[in-house]
Design a binder for this molecule. Structure first.
Ligand SMILES: *[C@@H]1O[C@H](CO)[C@@H](O)[C@H](O)[C@H]1NC(C)=O
Ligand SMILES: *[C@@H]1O[C@H](CO)[C@@H](O)[C@H](O)[C@H]1NC(C)=O
Ligand SMILES: *[C@@H]1O[C@H](CO)[C@@H](O)[C@H](O)[C@H]1NC(C)=O
Ligand SMILES: *[C@@H]1O[C@H](CO)[C@@H](O)[C@H](O)[C@H]1NC(C)=O
Length: 412
C-alpha cells in the first residue's frame, strides 16, 4: 500500500500544468463575404455540431487546424487560426489556402485531410483521403491525393494521386511525417501510414513517385484494442498510425519511430530502408526493430520528436494526457513517462505540434469518441488547444537519465 501511494505521488509530481490557449464548443469559420453561412446551413453544407477539429500544425504565426469529414456538413477541411488572436477564446477558423479549394463542390478541391505537416522548406503537406461523410454514406468523392502547399505564397505546389499499387481495398490514411533537408528541398520524402490496410506508403518529391511497404509490425495488437474513453467502451483494429522522425544520424539518414493505434509497442526503421524504391532493403524482416513496451493503456495516435533533445512525445487517449520517452534510453514502462494530464482539457488528445521559436508543445484534444459514437454537447467546451513549455517538460522527461543505464547506440 505504501509503495502504491509512493508511486501515485511520483506520478503526480511528474505531471505538468497545461495552459489552455483556445477552446471551442462549436467551430465557426471566417467565410468570404460572398458566402452566406445561413445559406450553407439551409443547404446542409454546414452543420455546426459536425465540425470537429482533429489535426494541428503550428508554423510561424499560424496554427493549422483540420476538420475531417466524419459526418456531413463540414464547411471547410483545411484551416488556420492566427496566434495574433490572443484576446479571443474561440477564434473562427479561416479556410486555407482558400474557401473555394475547401468547398466540397469545387472540382478537384480538398475533401478531407486528417493531419498536416510542415517541413523545413516551409511547405505544408497533407494526404486527402477524398472521403466525405465517413460515418454516414462514406462517399469517395475524389481519389486519395497528396497536397503540398507553399506557405510563403499560399500556392499549391503539387497534387499527387496515390497509385493503385499504394493502396489495398480497405486503406485509410490519417497520419504522415515529412522528411526534408533544408539544404536540398528536392530531396524530400513523405511517409504515410495506412492504419487499416497495415502498410506504409513512401512518396519521393524528387522522383514524383510512390511505393508501398509491408511488415508484420504495421498490424494492430489484439490485446490492446479495447478502449474506455468518455464513458464509451469500443474496440479498434487500427494498425500503424503515429510516426516521428529523429534528427539525422551519422549516415545521414533518420530513424522513423512508429506504433499502432491499437498497441503499446514502439517500433523503428531507418529512413534508408524506406527510401529504397526497389523494396529490396525493406524486404529484410530485421531492418525493422522493436524499441520496447510502453506499458498498459499507453495507446495514442500521434507522436513527435523534439529534435533539440531527442525526446519523443506521445498523445495518450486512455490517460487524457501526454507521455514522453527520451529516445537515448531503452524503452520500457519506466522510461515512458506520463508528463502532463488534464481530465477536462485533454480528453482524447489527437494531435501534437512543436513550435520551435517559443519552445512550446501544442496539443489538440477533441473528445473524438463522443462525436463518433454519439454527438457533441454544444453547451460545453469540447475542443481544446493546450500548450506546455518544453523547457520544463524536458526536465521531467530527462530526469531519470542518471538512474537508468544508457543503451548502446544502434549499429546502422
Ligand atoms: C499577425 O500580426 C502581424 C503583425 O501585425 C501580421 O504581419 C501577420 O500577418 C498576422 N498574422 C496572421 C496570421 O494574421
Ligand atoms: C507528378 O505525378 C503526377 C501523377 O503521375 C502528375 O499528375 C504530376 O503532374 C506530376 N508532377 C510533376 C511535378 O512532375
Ligand atoms: C473498460 O471498462 C470496463 C467496465 O468498467 C472494465 O471492465 C474494463 O476492464 C475496462 N477496459 C479497459 C481496457 O480499461
Ligand atoms: C484523470 O483520469 C484518469 C484516467 O481516467 C485517472 O486515472 C486520473 O486519476 C484522473 N485524474 C484526476 C486528477 O481526476
Amino acid at each position: 500500500m505504501r509503495i502504491l501511494l509512493l508511486f501515485a505521488s511520483l506520478a503526480l509530481a511528474n505531471c505538468h500544468e497545461v495552459k489552455t490557449v483556445y477552446s471551442w464548443s462549436n467551430v465557426e469559420y471566417n467565410f468570404p463575404v460572398t458566402v452566406n453561412p445561413d445559406t450553407l446551413t439551409s443547404d446542409g453544407e454546414y452543420i455546426p455540431e459536425n465540425n470537429v477539429p482533429l489535426g494541428m500544425e503550428v508554423w510561424e504565426d499560424k496554427i493549422f487546424i483540420t476538420v475531417p469529414r466524419w459526418k456531413n456538413g463540414v464547411a471547410s477541411n483545411l484551416n488556420y487560426i492566427s496566434k495574433n488572436d490572443t484576446s479571443v477564446e474561440s477564434p473562427k477558423l479561416t479556410p486555407y489556402p482558400s474557401w473555394e479549394i475547401n468547398y466540397i463542390n469545387t472540382p478537384n478541391g480538398i475533401v478531407s485531410i486528417f493531419r498536416v505537416k510542415v517541413d523545413s522548406c516551409d511547405r505544408l503537406w497533407g494526404v486527402d483521403t477524398g472521403i466525405d461523410d465517413i460515418l454516414g454514406t462514406t462517399r469517395q468523392v475524389r481519389p486519395v491525393r497528396i497536397f503540398v502547399i507553399d506557405l510563403k505564397t499560399d500556392k499549391i505546389l503539387r497534387i499527387y494521386p496515390l497509385k493503385s499499387t499504394d493502396q489495398v481495398s480497405n486503406s485509410f490514411f490519417a497520419d504522415s511525417v515529412v522528411d526534408a533537408d533544408p539544404d536540398n528541398c528536392e530531396n524530400s520524402h513523405l511517409y504515410i501510414s495506412d492504419l487499416s490496410g497495415y502498410g506504409l506508403v513512401v512518396y519521393s518529391w524528387a522522383k514524383n513517385d510512390s511505393w508501398r511497404i509491408s511488415h508484420n509490425f504495421f498490424h494492430f495488437d489484439p490485446l490492446h484494442g479495447n478502449f474506455n474513453i468518455s464513458g464509451f467502451n469500443f474496440q479498434w483494429q487500427d494498425g500503424i498510425f503515429g510516426m516521428s522522425l529523429s534528427a539525422p544520424q551519422s549516415d545521414g539518414y533518420k530513424t522513423l519511430y512508429f506504433h499502432a493505434m491499437a498497441g503499446v509497442t514502439e517500433f523503428s526503421v531507418s529512413t534508408e530502408v524506406l527510401q529504397d524504391s526497389t523494396l529490396k532493403k525493406s524486404s529484410s524482416y530485421d531492418a525493422f526493430r522493436v524499441e520496447g513496451d510502453k506499458g498498459p493503456l499507453t495507446q495514442g495516435p500521434t507522436s513527435v520528436i523534439d529534435a533539440g533533445t531527442g525526446i519523443n512525445y506521445f498523445t495518450q487517449v486512455s490517460k487524457n494526457g501526454i507521455a514522453c520517452w527520451d529516445t537515448s534510453l531503452e524503452l520500457n514502462p519506466n522510461t515512458f513517462i506520463l508528463a502532463a494530464q488534464d481530465n477536462t482539457t485533454m480528453i482524447f488528445p489527437n494531435d501534437l505540434s512543436i513550435d520551435r521559436p517559443t519552445n512550446t508543445l501544442y496539443v489538440l484534444s477533441d473528445n473524438l469518441p463522443q462525436h463518433i459514437f454519439s454527438h457533441m454537447d454544444t453547451k460545453k467546451h469540447n475542443f481544446f488547444v493546450t500548450a506546455v513549455n518544453l523547457d520544463s517538460l524536458t526536465q521531467t522527461c530527462k530526469k531519470q537519465d542518471l538512474k537508468l543505464k544508457r543503451r548502446l547506440p544502434h549499429i546502422l
